[in-house]
Design a protein around this ligand. Structure first.
Ligand code: PEP
Length: 269
C-alpha cells in the first residue's frame, strides 16, 4: 500500500488548519478572519492550491460563518469538539447537528488537550468520530504520543493504536482527516523533525489501508501538528505522507498563519 498511497500525494489537496483553542472572542474572530482573507488576497494566494480551515471557539462560530458566507471567503469552518450525543440532558455539550446547521464542515476530535484535561479515552474519541460522520461533518482525528511514550515505545506505536481504535466501525468511504500531533511538540516550540513526522504519517497511512482500504489510504489527508511555524512548514510539506498542518499558536498571528498557508511560495516545495 504505502508506496501507491504515497505516490497519490498530488491528489490530496494540502490542508492548513488553524486551531485557535480558547482564544479570540467573536469580535476578534471576525477581525482575524477578515485580515487573514485580505492578507492572502494581497499576497496573490491562489485559492484552491491549499485549503484553509479555521477552528474558532464555539461562541465565535455563528459570527465567522456569517462573515464567510457574506464575503464569500474561501475558508473551511471547523469546530474544536462535539458531543458524542445528538441532543438531550448533556449540560455544556454541543451536538454535531447544531454544528452542521451552522455550516461547520470539520471537527477536531481527540485533541491531546481533551484527552489529558477532559479524560477522553479512545472509546469517547470513537463515539465522537461516529457522531461527526452521522451529521455529515469531517472528523479531524488527532493522535500522538507523549514524551514518555516516545521513549518507551518509539513514535508510531501509540498513534497507530489510537487511530485503529478511532476507526472501529467507520466505513471505508468515510471522509476523514488524521492529524499526527506528538504531545511533546504541542506548544513547546520543539517540533518533530520532518523525518519523524513522515515515519509516523506513513504508519498511519498503513492503518488507513488495513482498517479501511487502499482507496481511503490514498485519499485521506494526514496533517502534522506541533510547533508548526512559517520557518518549518515547508520542510514538513516536502514529506510524501504529510498533507498539511494543524497549527495552534501560530494560527493566532495572521501574518504568520498566512505565511504558513503560502509555504509553496516563500520557500518553494
Ligand atoms: C495544537 O494544539 O493542535 C498545536 C499543534 O499547537 P501548536 O501549533 O501551538 O504547537
Amino acid at each position: 500500500m504505502s508506496s501507491s498511497a504515497t505516490q497519490n500525494r498530488s491528489s490530496r489537496t494540502p490542508l492548513i488548519a488553524g486551531n485557535w483553542k480558547m482564544n479570540l472572542d467573536h469580535l476578534q474572530a471576525v477581525a482575524t478572519v477578515q485580515k487573514l482573507h485580505w492578507t492572502l488576497k494581497d499576497a496573490g494566494h491562489e485559492t484552491g492550491s491549499v485549503q484553509v480551515a479555521v477552528f474558532p471557539p464555539f461562541t465565535d462560530i455563528r459570527s465567522v460563518q456569517t462573515l464567510i458566507d457574506a464575503d464569500k471567503i474561501p475558508f473551511e469552518l471547523g469546530a474544536q469538539d462535539l458531543s458524542a450525543y445528538d441532543s438531550g440532558a448533556y449540560t455544556g455539550e454541543v451536538s454535531g447537528a447544531f454544528l452542521a446547521k451552522l455550516g461547520v464542515g470539520l471537527v477536531i476530535i481527540g485533541h491531546s488537550e481533551r484527552r489529558a484535561y477532559h479524560h477522553e479515552g479512545d472509546d469517547v474519541v470513537g463515539a465522537k468520530v461516529k457522531a461527526a460522520l452521522k451529521h455529515g461533518l469531517t472528523p479531524v482525528i488527532c493522535v500522538g504520543e507523549t514524551a514518555e511514550d516516545l521513549e518507551r515505545f518509539g513514535g508510531s506505536a501509540v498513534p497507530v493504536s489510537q487511530l485503529e481504535k478511532a476507526l472501529e466501525g467507520v466505513p471505508a468511504s468515510a471522509d476523514i482527516v488524521v492529524a499526527y500531533e506528538p504531545v511533546w511538540a504541542i506548544g513547546s516550540g520543539q517540533a518533530a523533525t520532518p523525518a519523524q513526522a513522515q515515519e509516523v504519517a506513513a504508519a498511519l497511512r498503513g492503518v488507513l489501508a488495513r482498517v479501511l482500504d487502499d482507496d481511503a489510504a490514498a485519499r485521506t489527508r494526514i496533517l502534522y501538528g506541533g510547533s508548526v511555524k512559517s520557518s518549518n512548514i515547508a520542510s514538513f510539506m516536502r514529506e510524501p505522507d504529510v498533507d498539511g498542518a494543524l497549527v495552534g499558536g501560530a494560527s493566532l498571528v495572521v501574518d504568520e498563519f498566512a505565511a504558513i498557508v503560502r509555504y509553496q511560495k516563500h520557500v518553494g516545495v
